[in-house]
Structure formats: C-alpha cells, structure tokens
Design a protein around this ligand. Structure first.
Ligand code: ATP
Length: 209
C-alpha cells in the first residue's frame, strides 16, 4: 500500500488547487469527487441503481444524474439523502481503493471532501492534510466559480461539518487565505515532507517483507 495523504477541506477552500499542485510535483491524485462525477455521468455505473431508487426523474435527458434535482431531493428529505449515500458511497470507496492500489507514484493524495463524515477513509490514511480558510473566503470563491447565489452556498456550508471538526483531524494544515503563489510555496514544503515520509514507509515495508 503506498503512502497516503488524505486531503480534506470545506467547499471552496482550495482542495483542487492543492491537489493539482501536489500532482504537479509528481504525487498521484485520487479524488473522490471526480470518481462520484464519473459514476453519475451519462452511462455511469451508479445510474441504474439511482434510477431504480429514485425514479427516472433523477436522470437528465443525456442519461447522467440531474444534479440540481438530486440536490433538492437530498436537501429536503434526509431519508433520500441516506439512500443516495448508501448507493454511492460504497461504489466511490471501491473505485478509490482500486486507484490507490494501482498508483505507482511516490505517494498518493486522496481527496475526500467529507472526511469528517466518512470513517472508512481514515483507516487508509497515513497523514491527514486539511486546507483551511475563513468561511467568508469560501463563500466568495464558491459563488464566483459555481454561479450559485450566496444563500445556496451558505446552505451547503451549513450542511457540511465545521472548520473545527475538520481541523481536529489534521496532521497538517494549509491556510489558503492569500494568493496562489503563497499556496504554491506552502504546498512545495509539504511535498518535500511527504516524499521523506513515503520513503521511510517504503523502507519499513521492505525491511518487514
Ligand atoms: P469545491 O469544494 O467546491 O470542490 P475546492 O475546495 O476544490 O472547492 P478549489 O476549486 O481549489 O476549491 O478553489 C475554489 C476556487 O477558488 C477556484 O476557482 C480556485 O481557482 C480559487 N482559488 C483557490 N485558492 C485560491 C487562492 N489562494 N487565491 C485565489 N483563488 C483561489
């Protein structure tokens, strides 16, 4: 099993920016959001089960998940949200584990936005990295990027775990409240420490094996 850095953070905190930078240094990136989108794209492996559970109303004309409709269903009905998670989460975990095991890079960055809520990933994790910034910054970035209005972004933020809950899991914290050059410098330092830790894990494993 490669050395695994699990990366989490709230919406708009900069998870993708950090994982892109670490990927640029040569880490393998396994992103559970990317996996979830592939599973629910047209022809995605989760679509038959989702249509069976929620009816064809959750499929858009192209056969992929109608995200706005599913989001509305899940927000307004906790039972629907649990059923959605019961279908998707095991499929996401299985695909993430497959990608982690197939990775050949020095270490893997496993991006799990909802790490606080997902115990299953913690057992895979060697090191937990939290990208953190003030909620006001998260809201501004997410509005700018997604086109959602402030109310919608605030509702998503309120439905996620709190900053304090995420920070309680952190071995490393990147504070992403400045510009992208500042972020890149912090990421470069962390990359060096992950390379060292990954190589120490690999030598332990080869001595044991
Ligand atoms: P989500 O939870 O919505 O997937 P995320 O945590 O992956 O978001 P990013 O997509 O990395 O966050 O960042 C959100 C937006 O803010 C992007 O448009 C990104 O380019 C921008 N951004 C991130 N960090 C910075 C920064 N330090 N300075 C300026 N813009 C930034």
């Amino acid at each position: 099993m490669p050395y695994i850095v699990t990366l989490t953070g709230g919406i708009g905190s900069g998870k993708t920016a950090v994982s892109d930078l670490l990927g640029g240094h040569g880490a393998a990136v396994v992103d559970t959001d990317v996996i979830a989108r592939a599973l629910t794209a047209p022809g995605g492996a989760a679509m038959p089960a989702l249509s069976a559970a929620f009816g064809d109303q959750v499929a858009a004309a192209d056969g992929g998940l109608d995200r706005a409709r599913m989001r509305a269903l899940a927000f307004n009905d906790p039972g629907a949200r649990r059923r959605l998670e019961a279908i998707l989460h095991p499929m996401i975990r299985a695909e993430a584990a497959r990608q982690v095991n197939a990775a050949t890079a020095a270490y893997v960055v496993l991006v799990v936005p909802l790490l606080v809520e997902s115990d299953a990933y913690r057992s895979l994790t060697d090191r937990t990295l939290v990208v953190d910034c003030p909620e006001s910054v998260q809201i501004e970035r997410t509005m700018r990027r997604s086109g959602l209005d402030r109310g919608e972004v605030e509702r998503i933020l309120a439905s996620q775990s709190s900053r304090a809950q995420r920070l309680a899991l952190a071995d490393d914290v990147i504070v992403n409240d400045a510009d992208l050059a500042t972020l890149a410098a912090a990421v470069a330092r962390l990359h060096q420490s992950y390379l060292q830790a990954a190589s120490a894990k690999a030598s332990r494993a080869s001595r044991a094996g």
